[in-house]
Every structure is written in structure tokens, then in C-alpha cells.
Write a protein that binds this ligand. Structure first.
Ligand code: LMR
Length: 398
């Protein structure tokens, strides 16, 4: 039956974790996958999550969730993106379903796009999270890329991005990272977002935001929703993928949300019913436990406050490690500029290292990162930052 099946290529991100785990070296460092670690390099379960788990322990409810998932979790999640007192929520203009984290939200949207706009394509930033390409490929939606990152400045290619928005056919679908762009750590400024939003309006493009890192850019989820709020003020009909993998540390719980802003309540009801119909043959209905954790935290003022504090602790530790990595490289006398380490934001530093330099850092120093030179700053600690800086210096100096 399966004679013709060849092994699939290794995943460029999760494959790094596999290689790291297989390496017996005591010196090994994993700065591959974007998963938060504390300063001892250990995964973290947030205190707000532990308390929520305590409260829901022994729950007698193990029934199926509805196809659209937990209504309470979705309600709270929409407030984070659209605003606590958003009229759009009050007017029931948003079609939203619980998703299998951010990947599941993106995939559900890609399938929805294919079903209702079968001839459309998706504009994806260059570069982007590698899985975005897989998602729209498997949904059979043709992909185009738009300029985003400027390799020389290691910042935003704003002119290239604006040109691509202008030159795309009217009414194109665009994937935007709401904040803490993955892999580059480069976000447009508020002014630039306003210009982007204006140009989207002129062209009638559809903005789909992937917001996997709300809270990790500034340390404050409210501030990190800025791009979305600008688009909402300008009256766009937007779509959003939200995830609690990073900002609540609920990686393995697979809890998130897909929302699409509609013209009115009637349209929202129709859109939601179609999203549910897409979900039903794929996974029927989403899992319960992670959603219960999220709604317990966000539905309780004290637990929400604790969560906001803990998000800031995670974001601040990463910011501190950016400074430490840059200072260590400077101390080693690196002739290169490492300003971008502290200019970039979120979980990742797009180091500028070539695939060959990355290979050397892995082979000679047991440092694991994706071959595009992305360093997950969440894996950097006071204990390994010196070792990491030395390896980067050694492989980049000649
Ligand atoms: C990453 O980019 O490292 C994370 O989003 C994890 C993943 O699923 O790729």
C-alpha cells in the first residue's frame, strides 16, 4: 500500500528540537523553537495557570464542547484583540470559533478562504514563519510573497512592502503578523501601520492577522494589539488568528481562536456556521481543558492581573537577554554591528547568520537554531549567553 511513500523532509523548526534532543553534549544550547524558558533554561508553567488548574480540577464536565468551542473562552479572547468594550463584540459582528492554537486558526481560515474565494491567492511576508507556507499550500491557496525584511538594515523594508501592497491586484488577501514578527523580530511602527492600513483601504485588500505573540512585543497585550486597533478604526473587515501557546505558556494545550469581522450579526452567524462546518469533519470539536484554563484566568480579575504580570516578566527577561547577548558580542571584540539584537522585538532575533554559519555553530558548539539564523531569545539565559556569544563570534568573524 505504501511502497511509493518517501520520508518527508525534516521540519525546519521542530526538526531542530529533535536534533537538539539527540545530541549528548553537556554544552548544548537550544535556541531553535520559540518556547519560553526561565533563566535556568527550564520550561515554565505560569502561576495563573496553576491556580486556574486547581480551580477546575475535578470538574464533572467532560462532555463535548460545541463545534465552535468554549463560548466563554472565545468571548474573553475577542476582548483581548478587539478591545475590552468593543462595539463590534456588543453588536455581535464577529464570527469566532475556538481553534487548535494559532496553527489551527490559520489553517481553518485558509480552508475558509479556499472555499469561499476559490480563485484567490495569499500574500505572505518574506520571510515568515515556515509553517505559514505549509498551511496555505495544504489548503490549496496559491502563495505570493511581499517584501518585509531588509537584510542590510536588518529592519523593515517599508518601501518594498508598500510597493507590493500597491502593486497587488485590488482585493487581495494579505497575511500580516500583528506583533513580534516571526522570524525577524521586526514590526512596523505605529505610523507605518497607519500608512499600511490606509493603503489596504485604497486597494480593498483583506488583512488577516496572525497574532501568536500578543504580550511578547511590549510586555503588554493591550499595546501589542495596536496594529489591529488601527485597522479597526479605519473600518477594515479583518480576520485574526490568536494563540495562547506563548503568552499563557499553553503550548501543548492547543488553544486559540479564529475570528472574522463581518458586516452585521446575520453575516457573522452565517460565517460562524460555515467555520464550524469546516471544523466538524477535521476534528469535530476542539479540546476542553486548555479552554477552561484560559476562561478561568481571563474571567477572574485577580487571575487576569496575575497573568498580565507574568507575561511582562517573560517579555522583560527576553529583553534583558537581548542586551546581554549584544554586550557579550561587543566585549569579544566582534567587528560586526549587533544593534539589531536590541532593536528587534518579541521572542526572536534574526541574527543575519548564514546557513553555513548556523551549521558551524551546531557542529562545533552544539548550538541549535533554525538555518535562517533565527535565535529564539527565550532559550538564552545568564548561564549560556557568554557561551552563545562566543560561538556566534567565532563563526561570524572571518
Ligand atoms: C516557532 O516559530 O518556533 C513556534 O511558533 C513553534 C512552531 O510551531 O513552529
Amino acid at each position: 500500500w505504501w511502497k511509493s511513500v518517501e520520508p518527508a523532509p525534516t521540519d525546519p523548526i521542530l526538526g531542530v528540537t529533535e536534533a537538539f534532543l539527540a545530541d549528548p553534549s553537556p554544552d548544548k544550547v537550544n535556541v531553535g523553537v520559540g518556547a519560553y524558558r526561565d533563566d535556568n533554561g527550564k520550561p515554565v508553567v505560569l502561576d495563573c495557570v496553576r491556580e486556574a488548574e486547581r480551580r477546575i480540577a475535578g470538574s464533572s464536565f467532560m462532555e463535548y464542547l460545541p463545534m465552535g468551542g468554549s463560548v466563554k473562552m472565545v468571548e474573553e479572547t475577542l476582548k483581548l484583540a478587539y478591545g475590552e468594550n468593543s462595539e463590534l463584540i456588543i453588536d455581535k459582528r464577529i464570527a469566532a470559533v475556538q481553534s487548535l492554537s494559532g496553527t489551527g486558526a490559520c489553517r481553518l481560515f485558509a480552508d475558509f478562504q479556499k472555499r469561499f474565494h476559490p480563485d484567490s491567492q495569499i500574500y505572505i511576508p518574506a520571510p515568515t514563519w515556515s509553517n505559514h507556507h505549509n498551511i496555505w499550500r495544504d489548503a490549496d491557496v496559491p502563495q505570493r510573497t511581499y517584501h518585509y525584511y531588509h537584510p542590510e538594515t536588518k529592519g523593515l523594508d517599508f518601501a518594498g512592502l508598500m510597493d507590493d501592497i500597491k502593486n497587488a491586484p485590488n482585493g487581495s488577501f494579505f497575511l500580516l503578523h500583528a506583533c513580534a514578527h516571526n522570524p525577524t523580530g521586526v514590526d512596523p511602527t505605529e505610523e507605518q501601520w497607519k500608512e499600511i492600513s490606509y493603503q489596504f483601504k485604497v486597494k480593498g485588500h483583506f488583512p488577516f492577522f496572525d497574532m501568536a505573540y500578543q504580550g511578547f512585543a511590549s510586555g503588554d497585550p493591550e499595546k501589542d494589539a495596536k496594529a489591529i486597533r488601527i485597522f479597526l478604526e479605519d473600518g477594515h473587515q479583518i480576520g485574526i488568528s490568536q494563540s495562547y501557546a506563548k503568552n499563557m505558556g499553553l503550548y501543548g494545550q492547543r488553544v486559540g481562536c479564529l475570528s472574522l469581522l463581518c458586516e452585521d450579526e446575520k453575516q457573522a452567524v452565517a460565517v460562524k456556521s460555515q467555520l464550524q462546518q469546516l471544523a466538524r469533519p477535521m476534528y469535530s470539536n476542539p479540546p476542553l481543558h486548555g479552554a477552561a484554563i484560559v476562561s478561568t484566568i481571563l474571567g477572574d480579575a485577580d487571575l487576569k492581573k496575575l497573568w498580565l504580570k507574568e507575561v511582562k516578566v517573560m517579555a522583560d527577561r527576553i529583553i534583558g537577554m537581548r542586551t546581554a547577548l549584544k554586550e557579550n558580542l561587543e566585549k569579544l571584540g566582534s567587528p560586526l554591528s549587533w544593534e539589531h539584537i536590541t532593536n528587534q522585538i518579541g521572542m526572536f532575533c534574526y541574527s543575519g547568520m548564514t546557513p553555513e554559519q548556523v551549521d558551524r555553530s551546531t557542529n562545533e558548539f552544539h548550538i541549535y537554531m533554525t538555518r535562517n539564523g533565527r535565535i529564539s531569545m527565550a532559550g538564552v539565559t545568564t548561564g549560556n549567553v557568554g557561551y552563545l556569544a562566543n560561538a556566534i563570534h567565532e563563526v561570524t568573524k572571518s
